[in-house]
Design a protein around this ligand. Structure first.
Ligand code: HEM
Length: 427
């Protein structure tokens, strides 16, 4: 038997999830999970793992059986106090509060409301690019992608421009605290509290005299005669930094990495036809989505593939694995922006499309389906379009690259290149 085939048949040892190899390249392990253990009971980390497309899709859609919340939002303790985002929409799980809050805010990120924010996205992309476009080289992660989406959010919220750098600083501390314990968490919580102290008076002020900005819209939005409470708005803004900032930031870096290193043969076509950035985005969300894993807790026994996942079990949905499922996608390990077996347009929460093709799992599906799906696509397309025009003859500065990595996939760390140096001809 060839070495590769033997390696793929090796039974999974849960300690492999903690290995550096897995953080660098999780795909061979995902394949072994899909083929040998479609339901894997990881006794070492005390959790269950699903990795096939159809099982992940079913779990995302079945919020009753696979709950997003770990704690009961109606318990007799201060809900969300120790969470870095505070009480927020994700942690409300399958509760009526989740449905109510989602209905209050979801409309702000799509359709006409989103269109009204497009000039801000355009302006910030140009401003950030102007800081390096004469330099002939750029480190994309630090100089562009980790600046652009968060500055967009700050402006959408209508925060004063002179406070933008401070907002970016809180964002960086908060993200560093995400998922990691100790000092990082303490600094992240301190940054969150500072940010909360800063926006609280702004929330009050917007309630009294609302404008067109996102903070005003959220502050006065009403459903069933009720508005969001101040702590709920603060929790939502904190979540927005990670859910809307960090993810889109890393998505842009992943798109450029795959164009420069994985498919340099296709890159000239994308440069010649900027509409293709949308395909690059979609295929990136399938091939190596920023978010590879999501957590759920079972609320009943789940019989599946001859196993029974008990009630109350922690379940990891490896959407990064489902996205490479050969039961759904042809040659899943090929990054192909022209593939005809993937829905290439806008996503939706049902995951069902008129063209009959399956969608990627990168935004989740079902009741917690990403609320920023349309905004992320717009930001990525606008940002990448401006970058491509400004960075003439863009090429990797270094021939070799360590690739896309995840600090630790279960710690909340999102997958992206640590740095990405690009050389170009200054205009
Ligand atoms: C490429 C960028 C993005 C990726 C990869 C991404 C990924 C995800 C995923 C996988 C979920 C589902 C979580 C679950 O099922 O447990 C989610 C939820 C969410 N996302 Fe995104 N997201 C992105 C951009 C954004 C943006 C730009 C925003 C806001 C403007 C946003 C706001 C949210 C919110 C609020 C939720 C929670 C929805 C709920 O619980 O009902 N995301 N996102």
């Amino acid at each position: 038997m060839p070495d590769d085939a033997a390696a793929l048949r090796r039974p999974v040892d849960p300690r492999e999830f903690d290995a550096v190899e897995f953080q660098r390249d999780p795909f061979p392990l995902y394949k072994r999970l899909r083929d040998q253990h479609p339901v894997f009971h990881d006794r070492f980390h005390n959790r269950w793992i699903l990795s096939r497309y159809s099982d992940i899709e079913a779990a995302f859609q079945d919020n009753q059986s696979f709950d997003r919340a770990v704690y009961d939002p109606n318990g007799s303790y201060e809900f969300g106090k120790r969470h870095i985002f505070g009480p927020n929409i994700l942690e409300y799980g399958n509760s009526p509060q989740h449905r109510w809050m989602r209905n209050v805010v979801a409309g702000q990120f799509v359709g006409d409301r989103l269109d009204a924010f497009l000039p801000i996205i355009d302006m910030i992309a140009r401003e950030v690019i102007a800081t390096f476009e004469q330099d002939g080289e750029v480190e994309l992660v630090t100089q562009f992608s980790s600046q652009f989406p968060i500055r967009v959010i700050s402006n959408m919220l209508g925060l004063p421009r002179e406070d933008e750098a401070m907002f970016v600083g809180w964002y960086q501390a908060l993200i560093a605290g995400l998922g990691f314990g100790g000092e990082h968490l303490a600094r992240g919580l301190a940054a969150r509290n500072e940010m909360w102290d800063y926006i609280e008076p702004l929330i009050e002020q917007r309630r009294k005299s609302p404008g067109e900005d996102l903070l005003s819209r959220i502050a006065v939005a009403e459903l069933d005669g009720k508005r969001m409470e101040t702590i709920e708005i603060k929790g939502f803004v904190a979540l927005l930094l990670a859910a809307g900032g960090d993810t889109t930031d890393k998505a842009i870096a992943n798109m450029w990495y795959h164009m420069l290193y994985t498919r340099p043969d296709v890159f000239p076509q994308v440069l010649a036809d900027p509409d293709l950035w949308s395909n690059v985005f979609t295929e990136m969300m399938r091939y190596d989505a920023v978010v590879h894993a999501q957590f759920r807790q079972t609320t009943r026994e789940i019989p599946l593939h001859g196993e029974v996942i008990p009630r109350g079990a922690g379940v990891i949905l490896y959407l990064g694995g489902g996205n490479r499922d050969e039961r759904v996608f042809k040659d899943p390990d090929v990054f192909d922006i022209f593939r005809d077996d993937l829905h290439m347009g806008r996503e939706n929460r049902s995951g069902k499309y008129k063209d009959g093709k399956p969608g990627h799992l990168g935004f989740g599906m079902g009741p917690h389906f990403c609320m920023g799906y349309a905004m992320a696509r717009q930001e990525a397309a606008i940002g990448c379009g401006h970058l491509a025009r400004a960075l003439k003859n863009a090429r990797p500065k270094f021939a070799a690259h360590e690739g896309i990595v995840s600090p630790s996939i279960d710690s909340g760390g999102f997958r992206s290149p640590r740095e990405l140096w690009i050389s170009f001809d200054p205009s």
